[in-house]
Design a protein around this ligand. Structure first.
Ligand code: SAM
Length: 321
């Protein structure tokens, strides 16, 4: 699946953690002892070359054979191994770097996106990070320590149990939702999904997707109750519309029913040049699909992923072109 240029080819992506050092520091340290060279060619599959990703600032792409497990820059937290698609949610949430910015990462472990947010925020402001699983919570804490995240307050608990009207969350302006999902976009699990042809397996998969999508919708609706929230990013590493477009369209429907004021950010604000958008046939209003991002393994050199960006405000002034 990882043959060069083949349909499953995914580079080894490495994100520079600005809490620890700079891109220049990382590039010069990597280039010298390893004799790797930074290239302008953004599609190279040469093991001796690497490139900076065109969409995510500070994301470097190496040949998959390059290992970082013993690399000092990886061990000290400057380099974080994180697939390109997994970098999209924090990059799109893009919380401003200010001591006034308050963010929630609702489903945080192992913490890749939390540490990405912290890096983007320059370790300023505050991130409330929730994780309900005890073991995964321990991993989250370890990761945040290694990544030198000083602006994160972690809670081992269920995000759905938080009271959005609690004084503590009064000024939360940005929320990241990356809930549990089927993981069907992860390349090495696709074969398994394609092979599940027996009726019984399909039935249980349908039920599982339904359970997941109900949970995903509830988490999105809960996030919309935070009074100062202006931007919410919802993401999954699933390729199933049930967990993606369907969750988004039901959330929009409930906003309408409650006369709320969240809507999808227009395409012009969500990586407008990215080709793969949501599936219009799965939305109540097909135009909404333009606001959504999908990534496709094999085409985008990353795992299958889905991202939706909700913003609060007057939807009449929106450019949906
Ligand atoms: N954002 C993480 C990252 O990039 O490293 C990955 C998150 S993973 C897809 C989803 C996580 O959410 C799991 O660790 C799961 O235990 C946790 N989770 C699921 N439901 C939750 C809830 N209601 N409250 C808090 N955490 C939850």
């Amino acid at each position: 699946a990882q043959s060069e240029g083949g349909s499953g080819y995914i580079p080894r992506y490495v994100r520079i953690n600005l809490n620890v050092g700079t891109l220049d520091e990382a590039i010069s340290a990597l280039a010298t002892p390893r004799r790797l060279s930074l290239t302008e060619d953004r599609h190279t599959t040469n093991p001796k070359e690497f490139y900076e990703d065109a969409h995510i600032p500070g994301l470097l792409a190496f040949h998959p054979s390059i290992s970082f497990q013993t690399e000092p820059l990886y061990l000290n937290g400057l380099l974080i191994l994180q697939d390109k698609a997994s970098c999209l949610p924090a990059a799109l949430l893009s919380p401003p770097q200010s001591d006034k910015t308050i963010v929630i990462d609702a489903t945080a472990a192992p913490g890749n996106k939390t540490s990405h947010l912290s890096s983007l925020m320059g370790n300023e402001g505050k991130i409330f990070a929730f994780e309900r699983d005890k073991h995964r919570y321990a991993t989250l804490q370890k990761m945040l320590k290694k990544a030198q995240c000083r602006n994160v307050e972690t809670t081992c608990g269920d995000f759905l149990d938080t009271n959005p009207l609690d004084e503590k969350y009064r000024n939360v302006s940005h929320i990241l939702l990356d809930p549990s999902c089927s993981g069907s976009g992860i390349v090495n699990r696709l074969d398994y999904l394609l092979e599940s042809t027996e009726n019984q397996e399909q039935d249980s998969q349908i039920e599982r997707l339904q359970r997941l999508s109900e949970f995903q919708l509830s988490i999105l609706q809960h996030a919309m109750k935070f009074p100062a929230a202006e931007k919410i990013v919802y993401s999954t590493c699933s390729i199933h519309p049930e967990e993606n477009e369907h969750v988004v369209r039901e959330a929009l429907k409930s906003v309408e029913a409650l006369q709320g004021d969240f809507h999808l950010a227009p395409r012009s604000q969500v990586m407008p040049t990215w080709e793969r958008r949501g599936r219009s046939e799965e939305m109540y209003d097909p135009v909404d699909a333009e606001s959504l991002i999908r990534t496709m393994p094999g085409v985008d050199r990353t795992n299958g992923f889905f991202v939706a960006v909700f913003v609060r405000g007057d939807s009449t002034s929106l450019d949906k072109s």
